[in-house]
Design a protein around this ligand. Structure first.
Ligand code: 5GP
Ligand code: MN
Length: 317
């Protein structure tokens, strides 16, 4: 499939990604947006997405993103990237009404929610997958930059096991465009504000290991978030920091989103399939990185997750 074949006759096109957009979501959505703007100058193309973190301000035309969805518009073609329809948030009614729905994703838990579904779980990122659907001769520096950002974020700068030889080939083709990739990596992936670093430090300090130190868990409450004046997007990276502790098979991080409601992030060193666990609790993701929203007290949630983790680790004793 080529993207251009799906939109040739479209006059109106919309693109969305998932709620709480991460680097791959923002990169793929903006990469596709910039590409379609170039290929179809006469078409109306809109992007609906929650406001991305300011670290992504380096992406060209990021300010074009609309955060409010109109009630009644019917698009000829609608792209849902890096998610299934359950995570489209406010854009879901618009997506459902569209003439043609195209779902492009790499989450193993996504069963496809479009008229056309391109779901390839072996891909490092939706951004890498998107690259394969574009005409390389029509990509320019700004499109390349957006896609590259998506790939570095979902691979942890080519560190996670989802990085394939093809991922590195695509990255090689992208950096040929000449953008300052070390600065992009530093500014969008590694750099943290002082409060982000402080709250990460606090979460690490208050973490607890359990199940013979194979699991580690920590939590940030709403009160802590208010104290440090941080938003959920400032908590990115905490679960990865927990995961680097030697001996840890499974890291869990939660932050409070409401009364007895927590957003849960999980990471696995390989033995535990955290996507399968997240799906059981209504979420999803990848084998080694997944998430869900859980209701109950912090300790109830840990207990419920532990049962699932223990069940999987049993296979290894
Ligand atoms: P993170 O822990 O970084 O938020 O997410 C890890 C992976 O799991 C990402 O690929 C993310 O898209 C996915 N994920 C996180 N939370 C949810 C959720 O509630 N539902 C689904 N379907 N996927 C999630
Ligand atoms: Mn992704």
């Amino acid at each position: 499939m080529r993207i251009i074949d799906e939109v040739k006759d479209a006059k109106t096109i919309a693109i969305s990604g998932h709620i709480r957009p991460d680097g791959d979501c923002v990169g793929s959505v903006m990469g596709l947006y910039l590409y379609l703007q170039k290929e179809l100058p006469g078409a109306q193309i809109d992007v609906y997405l929650e406001k991305p973190s300011a670290i992504f301000d380096c992406i060209s035309h990021i300010g074009d993103i609309k955060t409010k969805c109109p009630a009644d518009k019917v698009y000829d073609v609608y792209f849902a990237l890096d998610c299934n329809d359950e995570r489209l948030g406010d854009a879901l009614p618009l997506y459902e009404k569209a003439g043609k729905k195209v779902n492009i994703d790499h989450h193993v838990s996504n069963t496809g929610c479009g008229d056309i579904n391109i779901i390839e779980p072996q891909r490092s990122s939706t951004s890498e997958l998107l690259y394969e659907l574009l005409d390389p001769d029509r990509i320019d520096e700004e499109i390349a930059k957006a896609i590259y950002i998506g790939i570095i974020h979902d691979t942890g700068v080519f560190k996670y096991s989802n990085t394939s030889p093809r991922t590195l080939q695509v990255a090689a083709e992208l950096i040929r465009f000449g953008f300052d990739f070390p600065a992009l990596i530093e500014k969008t992936f590694y750099e943290k504000t002082y409060v982000q670093t402080q709250i990460m430090g606090r979460a690490v300090l208050e973490s607890v290991r359990f199940m013979e130190e194979q699991c580690i868990v920590s939590m940030v409450s709403r009160r802590m978030m208010e104290f440090y004046q941080v938003e959920p997007k400032d908590l990115d990276g905490i679960v990865n920091q927990l995961q680097v502790v030697s001996g840890v098979e499974c890291a869990i991080f939660m932050y409070e989103t409401g009364t007895l409601e927590y957003k849960v992030s999980m990471r696995s060193a390989g033995k535990v399939d955290v996507a399968a666990i997240a799906v059981k609790f209504g979420g999803g993701g990848h084998v080694r990185a997944a998430g869900c929203t859980m209701n109950g007290t912090y300790h109830d949630n840990i207990n419920n997750l532990s049962i699932e983790i223990a069940e999987q680790l049993k296979n290894y004793v």
